[in-house]
Design a protein around this ligand. Structure first.
Ligand code: NAD
Ligand code: UDP
Length: 318
């Protein structure tokens, strides 16, 4: 059991065996925190946290946070990252996605209130839906189809933001909300269906890159360590409104496919498939708030981040 001491804060990371939760854990440990990760392994993997086995500052609890969370330890920070995150994952698990965004967030906030801990919600650019304002600023309320296939994720996260602000305003919990834009890097699942692992996996296997629609839709890709740095800064701040964290370097999905072909040197061709329902046409973060409140901006160049990610998937495919 971890007991509070000023030298070494205690952080809980829900979804700690996932892509981002495991990178966040590494950063927290490097900052001198002790970490309790809670995960039910719905989309996470023991491979992401294998390097932490035996670390006396780290503990893993296998638990579904949509059920009551019992924890004997003292807690200083709660980072609520548990949720399926890729469109394929949340389409396959629509009810658990709704539950972890609503009941799971409620439980994590209840734990924060009980332990007098700070709380940080991993929210998403999906709160803006298929945006009619471009680039997206935090004061834009979004354009979300509540009953479309992506609604299970988007509305769960919007509810999560609402209950987080309610716990801040009504219970005075020290809460933070990060709206994460498309983030990539090592430890993504090769087959989670997101465009970065999909295209890199296809390129490395010499298979066609599958562009959904005509490839004119845009995304802006942020490397994982940049994102985690912004999140760590936000957790230390006194700022409670949502903050976009992402890389504003925007490109079309067609351009992204061509970059992957260039950087892998593959002979793969491009194939076009139907565009999924409600697929956002554009997405680019306005990061003025992150710059002014957190002094944060991304540092890792696209080529550098993608090369590291290609290297990671290369070792996974052997
Ligand atoms: P991920 O699927 O790799 O990680 C999610 C983790 O949460 C997994 O380990 C999974 O097993 C766990 N989990 C899911 N439901 C749970 C439950 N009920 N109880 C306990 N654990 C549970 O996804 P990720 O990309 O690391 O995303 C992490 C968070 O960041 C999510 O909340 C996601 O919505 C948010 N986010 C990510 C991105 C991105 O680009 N990666 C963008 C926007 C938002
Ligand atoms: N996409 C694609 N081919 C794929 C996977 C995704 O063209 O094999 C497109 C998808 O339609 C979307 C973009 O790439 O327009 C980003 O998709 P992703 O699933 O990574 O995340 P999203 O930003 O849509 O949540």
């Amino acid at each position: 059991m971890f007991i509070r001491s000023s030298a070494s804060p205690i952080s809980v990371v829900t979804g700690g065996a996932g892509f981002l939760g495991s990178h966040l854990t590494d950063r927290l440990l490097a900052e001198g925190h002790r970490v309790v990760a809670i995960d039910n392994f719905l989309t996470g993997s023991t491979a992401n946290i294998a390097h932490l086995a035996g670390n006396e500052n780290y503990r893993l609890i296998r638990h579904d946070v949509s059920n009551f969370i019992f924890l004997p330890d003292d807690v200083d920070f709660i980072f609520h990252f548990a949720s399926p995150a890729s469109p394929i994952d949340y389409l396959e698990h629509p009810i658990p996605t709704l539950k972890v965004g609503s009941l799971g967030t409620h439980n994590a906030l209840g734990l924060a209130k009980d332990k007098k801990a700070a709380f940080l919600l991993a929210s998403t650019s999906e709160c803006y839906g298929d945006p009619l304002v471009h680039p997206q600023r935090e004061d834009y309320w979004g354009n979300v189809n509540p009953i479309g296939p992506r609604g299970v994720y988007d509305e769960a996260k919007r509810f999560a933001e609402a209950i987080t602000m309610a716990y801040h305003r009504y219970h005075h919990v020290n809460t933070h909300i990060v709206r994460i834009f498309n983030t990539y890097g090592p430890r993504m699942r090769l087959r989670d269906g997101r465009v970065v692992p999909a295209f890199i996996g296809q390129a490395l296997a010499g298979e066609p890159l599958t562009i959904f629609g005509d490839g004119s839709q845009t995304r802006s890709f942020c490397y994982c360590t940049d994102l985690i740095d912004g999140i760590f800064r936000l957790s230390q701040s006194a700022f409670h409104e949502p903050v976009n964290i992402g890389n504003p370097r925007e490109m079309t999905i067609r351009q992204f496919a061509e970059e992957i072909i260039r950087l892998t040197g593959t002979t793969s061709k491009i194939e076009f498939r139907p565009l999924p329902e409600d697929d956002p046409k554009v997405r680019q973060p306005d990061i003025a708030r992150a710059k002014s409140v957190l002094g944060w901006e991304p540092r890792v160049e696209f080529d550098e981040g993608i090369r590291k990610t290609i290297e990671y998937f290369g070792t996974r495919m052997k």
